[in-house]
Write a protein that binds this ligand. Sequence first.
Ligand SMILES: *[C@@H]1O[C@H](CO)[C@@H](O)[C@H](O)[C@H]1NC(C)=O
Ligand SMILES: *[C@@H]1O[C@H](CO)[C@@H](O)[C@H](O)[C@H]1NC(C)=O
Ligand SMILES: *[C@@H]1O[C@H](CO)[C@@H](O)[C@H](O)[C@H]1NC(C)=O
Ligand SMILES: *[C@@H]1O[C@H](CO)[C@@H](O)[C@H](O)[C@H]1NC(C)=O
Ligand SMILES: *[C@@H]1O[C@H](CO)[C@@H](O)[C@H](O)[C@H]1NC(C)=O
Ligand SMILES: *[C@@H]1O[C@H](CO)[C@@H](O)[C@H](O)[C@H]1NC(C)=O
Length: 386
Amino acid sequence: MMYVPSFLRKSLALSVFVTVGAAAERCKTDEDCSLNGVCWRFIGRCKCDPGWKSDDCGQLDLQPVTRWTGYNHTNVTLPDYYSTKGGNSSWGGNIIQDRHDRGLFHLVVDQFARGCGLPGWRPFSTVIRAESLTGPAGPYYYAQELLGTFRHNAKVVWSLADEKYLMYTIGIETETLDRCRSFKWANNVSVSSAPYIRGPWSLAQRLLDGTNPSPWPLWTRGDPTAEIALAVEDNMIYAAPGFDSTYTLLKRQPWNTSDYSAHWTEDPFLWRDRRGHWHILCYWMVEIAERGEKYPRVGGHLFSRTLGGDWTFKLQPAYDTTVRFTDGGHTDYYRRERPRLFFSDDGRLTPLYLINGVQEFNSSASYTLAQPIGRGAGVYEHGLGF
Ligand SMILES: *[C@@H]1O[C@H](CO)[C@@H](O)[C@H](O)[C@H]1NC(C)=O
Ligand SMILES: *[C@@H]1O[C@H](CO)[C@@H](O)[C@H](O)[C@H]1NC(C)=O
Ligand SMILES: *[C@@H]1O[C@H](CO)[C@@H](O)[C@H](O)[C@H]1NC(C)=O
Ligand SMILES: *[C@@H]1O[C@H](CO)[C@@H](O)[C@H](O)[C@H]1NC(C)=O
Ligand SMILES: *[C@@H]1O[C@H](CO)[C@@H](O)[C@H](O)[C@H]1NC(C)=O
Ligand SMILES: *[C@@H]1O[C@H](CO)[C@@H](O)[C@H](O)[C@H]1NC(C)=O
């Protein structure tokens, strides 16, 4: 008799049942499992990696959030603020474990100055660092400004080859205004670097026209290279021999990326998984295209075996705007954008937290939410003593 691992026996029984009942799509390749797991061909079912769920492993296994975690200081008002509506509104960030103190977590987050909030993002966006002594979920508290107005969409990675943090942003150094308002400017992608997360950060160096950069160093144990990949808007992918050298376009997606098309996205977040396959999470704007609304389907997921290869975008949500809380309540957000993941550091790159910029209905304030993923988040926190 064929050996069937115990974890599959239940699914095997289920799959027999399922074939009789509603026909679940049977997988043939790992692509059918969104490259977030493997296809067990003899039963035609996906075994998803930790952090992913559903028949095709295309959904993040999101867990309830503890209220008042993340970075939510929307109720702050300071004497020099131009508006009382935004508080210290923010719009997504990067969780970084301190390199020397494993119990200290940094959140590098886009925060709007002077209480101007998201509507005044150009030019009031700054990049600040907040700290948590209570684990990666936070709550995080303001610690310092890293880059002043106007810098936005900070994505931070550690480059082993350079032994530096690299911070990719959009923006331009500019005078602040005397009231809240926003300009329409071309966005340019820039990079700054620093040996320590607190700085000193180098002056932002302009790299290319475009917006919403998402870097991933190509360094591996077998290949200690300084090369870096960079995804930008419309899921275009560039590569460069070093973070401060020339970026060459490697991949333009073949589908229609125009506004209001089915593949309309922004805010890509690029990563390479434990098997060396590539993924992008992004803000999928299908609801705007179909209904002129920003909810509930918002999480887009794309995958490819190689960086410059054939990417698959299944046009289905990896997550939506409903967030459950540990107190049993839930919030249906008006907006949930700017996805980023925080991964396990055991070499397996298990996604542990999903970070988003969120906005509630009927509020002009926004904040940064960190939602635990799968069982890994709890195990990781427990391992750190939280
Ligand atoms: C964030 O802060 C606002 C204003 O203080 C509050 O109404 C909201 O419930 C908070 N949300 C979470 C998830 O902590
Ligand atoms: C703002 O919310 C925090 C909780 O994050 C609370 O401790 C604080 O008292 C609130 N401040 C104001 C001015 O409402
Ligand atoms: C709000 O942000 C300002 C910087 O713009 C900072 O000085 C202040 O400490 C922050 N307050 C809170 C409660 O986050
Ligand atoms: C972006 O770069 C272009 C030149 O390509 C320049 O004209 C424009 O002012 C720049 N915009 C910003 C916001 O830096
Ligand atoms: C791309 O999509 C847009 C929006 O739906 C549409 O107007 C345009 O005709 C499409 N372009 C092509 C080449 O299909
Ligand atoms: C937002 O406000 C409008 C009118 O002011 C109201 O009809 C709607 O129910 C509110 N939505 C939520 C989710 O609170």
